[in-house]
Design a protein around this ligand. Structure first.
Ligand code: CO
Ligand code: CO
Ligand code: CO
Length: 348
């Protein structure tokens, strides 16, 4: 290994983001399978959510999730922090508290120095420590492409589970992190992003949704999810389907990286954004005046994005105030839940 600084993003085949299998493909793979039934499985694959939830007793349920992906930034320690924050986010999105985690690692031992693996795991451990989570084990395989993530287990009270679909007409929608990480990471991979924006996006992606989860626990809300690979509109579509409700989004309010709009205008849009639009575009109506770069931002796949919270209109301002007081600076009301048209998202 030479003294050249390793550029992890150059070792990744896909473009600059955590590419998930298209949900349609996964549906086809699982369709008709005989899944085990259990009365204590409160949230399972039948109504896929951010994490599975299994009741242990009347006041305790386990929340379980797993996420891993190839690097979207060049610094292995930062990648470890981001991957861990991203995996932990699904526990927070369910209203849970993460407790234990296991590393899942694919490492190209023949082509990459083992110090890279050490730095990735150190980054993950730093984030786990911040979350109050204990690492209990893991599994590593030799693989042509580096991938890292966590399997996480948390606790939740069975009556306090936050799923995606319990929307109420008039609920305000709060988003807690800026959009555009997919576009910014594409620019990083292309060598166009400067140090300042790179550090800013790393800082946001590595930030836990812990404070948000702790603040929102004091409010009576029902629905929450985290914005990740399917982009804002992909995740909003998952919320409105079968919910009996629709949503109206004000695109002018969306928190975002200003650079993302510039790079989107240059065509630096990750492939995942097109997949998201293809898969979920039929749930979305854009008002004509919404410019193309804002539309791209709405479908941009996010890595370790913010939580999207549906809160009663009367409590929205105090939740927003509490989030900002807690340091969640990007938190913004971006729209609301409407009765009609059902299963549609209007972006104005
Ligand atoms: Co999620
Ligand atoms: Co996930
Ligand atoms: Co093993």
């Amino acid at each position: 290994m030479t003294g050249e600084p390793i550029r992890l993003t150059q070792t990744v085949k896909g473009a600059g983001c955590a590419a998930k299998l298209a949900p349609g493909d996964l549906d086809r793979a699982l369709c008709g399978l005989d899944l085990p039934v259990d009365d204590n499985l409160l949230v399972g694959l039948e109504r896929a959510d951010d994490a599975g939830v299994y009741r242990v007793s009347d006041d305790l349920a386990l929340v379980q999730t797993l996420d891993f992906f190839p690097p979207m930034v060049d610094d292995p320690y930062a990648f470890g922090r981001i991957a861990a924050a991203n995996a932990l986010s699904d526990i927070y999105a369910m209203g849970g508290t993460p407790k234990t985690a296991m590393n899942i690692v694919a490492f190209p031992a023949k082509t990459m120095d083992i110090s890279v693996l050490r730095a990735v795991i150190e980054g993950g451990l730093a984030t786990m420590r911040e979350a109050g989570v204990v690492l209990v084990g893991g599994h590593t395989i030799d693989d042509p492409e580096l991938k890292y993530g966590l399997s996480v287990t948390g606790y939740v009270h069975p009556a306090k589970i936050l799923t995606k679909k319990q929307l109420r007409t008039g609920d305000k929608l709060i988003l807690t992190k800026p959009l555009g990480t997919g576009i910014v990471c594409t620019a990083i991979k292309a060598g166009l992003a400067g140090t300042e924006v790179t550090e800013r996006v790393i800082g946001n992606m590595a930030t836990l949704n812990r404070v948000t989860a702790e603040v929102m626990a004091d409010f009576s809300l029902n629905a929450c999810t985290d914005i990740t690979g399917f982009g804002l509109l992909g995740h909003l579509a998952e919320m409105v389907v079968d919910s009996g409700h629709g949503m109206r989004i004000d695109s002018a309010t969306l928190p975002h990286y200003p650079e993302a709009l510039e790079w989107a205008a240059m065509g630096l849009i990750p492939a995942g954004a097109y997949n998201n639009k293809k898969f979920r575009g039929n749930f979305v109506t854009f008002v004509e005046s919404v410019v193309q770069t804002r539309r791209d931002l709405c479908f941009d796949p996010q890595t370790s994005g913010g939580l999207l919270i549906a809160v009663a209109a009367g409590e929205a301002d105090s939740l927003l105030f509490a989030l900002k007081a807690g340091g969640v600076a990007a938190a913004t009301i971006i729209g609301e839940v409407v009765a009609e048209p059902q299963e549609m998202i209007l972006v104005a």
